[in-house]
Write a new protein. Structure first.
Length: 475
């Protein structure tokens, strides 16, 4: 009986019932046992380790809020937040260039629509399974809230591997994928975008298929081409945003990117534009990576070398090792770049790409600022280490929110039918990143964790969604 109760009704098991010490017991906040809450989450969502990791971080961060505000406990906000509003899984059959039939699995997790239509990217990568999509969708709820724009949280994708596929294969796959997804999305329902393995080419094929099936030119995907409803600065937005965020962190110590050595991982969309913005702000990026290894160019990835990366990754779809061959620098196969001495690190590849050991190496080598362009790139013990060492640490849901924020600006332009200039979108993006930094900083301070932007971003993102859920009743 005890086991069944724990599965279906978590309430009696998480709460000590004790009044909180944070408010002297006056307001009647209830302490939550995060370990027991996580036992319940893990029992309900077995094997989804990335999702568990993302939930634990938020659950721990919002404890000071729960302690001071008993209504969040009363309305079981956290228990409701970890349960997606809707989860869609579907078959994606397609034919390869040899005429053989392939079958992949598609996902769309519509996690939370309290503050707007579901919004979040699609990831095409062989590692994709439900746990990855749920971690990304859960993070997206708080990230989207932080932008200050009316967008809910969602995420999707497939275990399809675009690497080595021809354009025709990618088109056949994406058309099949959209042939199911189209019935679940819409401009006021759910608006997907890109992520790993989904760039302008894939968004184009999916938009074409959606339009054909619905016979309607809807603002239903973002990251669209500039000729057909896309926004200027959307390609640049996540990378630029992560650097704007890092710049705000540096300013709190009277510092800037000028003369800084920067280590970047990844060489896709986020990494490419992070490098460009660092160059513009006077810093020097010395590494890029992909799943094969990393290149180290002590002279900096600038000018024609940056242009080469853009062509290599976006047109020729080659490996980063070709950079080393072309420009005669070092290439380290099978390694990540965190051993390279730097002032600032920008992880822009994938989740859990900075281990605790690598976090220690970065700090030991003098790195004093990390801004997460990728989603959840640092393992939890690494995050704790950065916080403990008081380096400037910008967690993903704050630091990389510029991409989705600019997607929301793309939606706004689509709704009124008027495109904005590059300067206007860039200015909006910059201001949004400044606001996210300030709001995260202020929330951390208010709840007794000054300077801890992990706690601050989680709390600032949580509050708006939690209050909206209460306003809208038990749905
Ligand atoms: P891309 O597909 O354009 O690039 C991904 C890069 O990361 C590639 O260099 C890829 O190398 C590398 N990479 C992917 N998986 C691994 C792995 N398991 N090990 C080592 N390297 C890997 O994706 P994006 O640049 O768009 O996304 C990068 C990160 O930023 C992701 O975490 C994504 O969720 C996050 N993000 C992206 C946003 C966007 O607007 N695009 C918005 C917010 C966050 P390879 O080609 O060899 O696989």
């Amino acid at each position: 009986i005890q086991v069944k109760w724990s599965l279906f009704s978590p309430w009696p098991l998480f709460r000590s019932g004790a009044r909180s010490e944070a408010d002297g017991g006056k307001k009647g906040g209830i302490q939550m046992d995060v370990d027991k809450f996580m036992d319940w989450v893990m029992t309900k969502n077995p094997g989804e380790k990335e999702f568990h990791q993302a939930v634990r971080e938020v659950a721990e961060s919002v404890q000071p809020v729960l302690a001071k505000n008993p209504q969040y406990e009363k309305f079981k906000i956290l228990e409701r937040m970890v349960e997606p509003e809707r989860q869609i899984m579907f078959r994606v059959p397609w034919m390869d260039d040899n005429g053989d039939i392939q079958v992949n699995r598609g996902f769309r997790i519509e996690f939370n629509s309290a503050i707007g239509p579901y919004k979040g990217g699609l990831r095409f990568h062989p590692s994709v399974y439900i746990g990855i999509i749920k971690f990304l969708g859960f993070e997206q709820i708080f990230k989207n809230s932080l932008t200050g724009l009316p967008i809910g949280g969602g995420k999707g994708g497939s275990d399809f591997d675009p690497k080595g596929k021809s354009d025709n294969e990618v088109m056949r796959f994406t058309q099949s994928f959209m042939s199911e997804l189209f019935r679940h999305i819409g401009p006021n329902t759910d608006v997907p975008a890109g992520d790993i393995g989904v760039g302008g080419r894939e968004i184009g094929f999916m938009f074409g298929q959606y339009k054909k099936l619905k016979n309607s030119y809807d603002s239903v995907l973002t990251g669209k081409g500039i000729n057909w409803g896309g926004s200027l600065v959307r390609p640049e937005a996540t990378g630029y945003g992560a650097v704007y965020f890092a710049d705000e962190m540096l300013k709190t110590r009277g510092d800037s990117f000028e003369g800084k050595t920067v280590v970047v991982s990844g060489s896709g969309n986020v990494a490419q534009y992070a490098v460009q913005k660092v160059n513009q702000l006077g810093g020097k990026c010395v590494t890029l990576s992909d799943s094969g290894g990393y290149i180290y160019d002590p002279d900096g990835i600038t000018g024609e070398k940056w242009e080469f990366v853009m062509d290599l990754k976006n047109n020729r779809r080659g490996r980063i090792s070709e950079y080393a061959e072309k420009f005669g620098c070092e290439y380290f196969p099978g390694e990540r770049p965190w051993g390279v001495k730097c002032d600032v690190a920008l992880p822009c590849a994938t989740q859990n790409e900075i281990s605790l050991e690598e976090a220690k190496t970065l700090v030991a080598n003098g790195c004093f600022a990390v801004s997460e362009g990728a989603n959840m790139p640092t393992v939890p013990a690494g995050v704790d280490y950065f916080v403990e060492k008081k380096i400037l640490f910008g967690p993903a849901k704050a630091a990389n929110a510029g991409g989705v924020a600019t997607s929301a600006l793309e939606m706004a332009q689509n709704h009124v039918g008027i495109p904005w200039s590059f300067e206007k979108v860039d200015e909006e993006l910059h201001q949004i990143m400044i606001n996210i930094h300030k709001n995260s900083w202020d929330a951390a301070k208010k709840y007794g964790h000054e300077g801890n932007l992990v706690v601050g971003a989680n709390i600032a993102g949580f509050l708006k969604v939690a209050d909206s859920m209460i306003d809208q009743g038990l749905v």
